[in-house]
Design a binder for this molecule. Sequence first.
Ligand code: ADP
Ligand code: MG
Length: 243
Amino acid sequence: MIQMTNVSKWYGPVQVLNNASVQVNKGDVVVVCGPSGSGKSTLIKTVNALEPVQQGEIIVNGIKVTDPKTDLPKLRSKVGMVFQHFELFPHLSVTENLTIAQIKVLGRKPDEAKTRGLKMLDRVGLMAHKDKFPGQLSGGQQQRVAIARALSMDPMVMLFDEPTSALDPEMVGEVLDVMVTLAKEGMTMMVVTHEMGFARKVANRVIFIDVGGRILEDCSKDEFFGNPEARQPRTKDFLSKIL
Ligand code: ADP
Ligand code: MG
């Protein structure tokens, strides 16, 4: 589904991705972790070309993201993205948030978009809030709307960038529950998170990136958590701080 090969990126003189190669197969749940500033957000944003790269190749479901001729809006419409800060449209109702991209980007009829959007809203348990505005919802609820919005586009893969790190602790669980359900239903997911409970539950792979954008670990969840002796010193140090 996602094939990144020898991807490097610089901001000016600063290298933020260093020869990164990542393969995500259909149905994979890949958790990406690493210290602040290591390039996790940058890595995940390169998948739908929100961040361009100077070297390497990225292919998503057969579409060459790094080819200048690629229709990026079309690609992005099929790659669901959920950010740390929800990024809902504050002036639109929940239902309008769920339908606007379906109508404007996918060309769906308003009725069809509404049916699809509300089905996804129901899936994240928020049907009762369909006519509210984002500001009337808790952070956890807003993030679940953001997930429903992404799902309404029928994405082939979902990217999450620290989806729970801006939430009050008591709201983390409700968002993770939605993500766990998605994962168990077979959604292909790439998830930047430090929620190692989530990783243990549903990840099939864990990637660790170190500062400078170098992938130090890319292994199965069982190997990552079950065989600490085999981990790099940087990884062990990181895990000792967050676990
Ligand atoms: P992470 O998500 O792991 O915290 P980021 O991918 O956000 O890391 O950032 C990686 C590095 O790139 C950091 O050193 C950050 O300061 C730098 N960086 C991120 N965005 C920009 C930008 N737009 N311009 C310059 N430097 C940036
Ligand atoms: Mg980040």
